[in-house]
Design a protein around this ligand. Sequence first.
Ligand code: COA
Length: 262
Amino acid sequence: MQCTRLVVRRDGAVAYVTLARPSVRNAFDATMIAELTTTFDELGRDAELRAVVLAGEGSVFCGGADLNAMRASLDLDEEANREDARAMSRMFRTIDRTPKAVVARVHGAALGGGAGIVAVCDIAITASDTRFGFTETKLGILPAVISPFVLAKIGASHARALALTGERFDAARALHVGLVHEVVASEPDLDAAVARVVHELGSASPTAIAATKALFARVAATAYDDTLELTARAIAAQRTSAEGQDGLRAFLEKRSPAWVRG
Ligand code: COA
């Protein structure tokens, strides 16, 4: 799609999606929400794609929901507010369920919904001076739309401590709570760290990546007693698939599977 709030670049099997509203610290308004939803939906259906890298233009990754647009919400009734929130929720859900590995390159700050975006990425890499925060309570609102993703990513203990205070926290704490997975010394080091992860993903089976994400989501929503059959079916389907067969044979025959890139 033609985007006004995003820059989408394709380099082989990797898509680079950059939030591009640096003058408002990449805050997302209704237009950016629609563009992110459509873009991730399209990328998810692209069979040639292995990974998506999500980054921010300018001095920060993302300052969260657009507070100027929210000013307009002061005049909206409750149902109109619900409709806004549903659109935002669909954006987070679409990124969360993208059947590709999604890597976040997080610099400067990730606040409110910006921290929510980090939570829906599979792998998040940040620089040591990045500031994070679930700041909504400081604004008199709630981290509502992002709550399923934040709870799933960092657990209730850390989510409650951080969301109730609304405090800003540093990269070391983001790593400690599991919101990010790697901290590099400074922003210029992020590209090499992202490239290393993208390279690693190039030797993982694309259908296994998609099936793993789908399975983890289903297991999280399934009663323990029902996971035996669910997981047995998932592994049986993958073992009998083309990539499952090629991967196991390739290991035994000491060769690379056909899907390996780079
Ligand atoms: N929505 C709308 N505009 C935002 C914004 C947001 N979430 N975050 C930043 N901006 C705007 C500022 O209003 C400012 O606009 P102006 O130039 O017209 O005054 C511009 O972006 C630059 O912001 P500034 O605070 O001067 O930049 P900074 O680099 O010093 O700090 C942040 C960047 C992100 C740390 C800071 O802007 C911030 O704390 N933003 C609010 C984050 C937040 O609590 N979000 C939760 C939303 S639910």
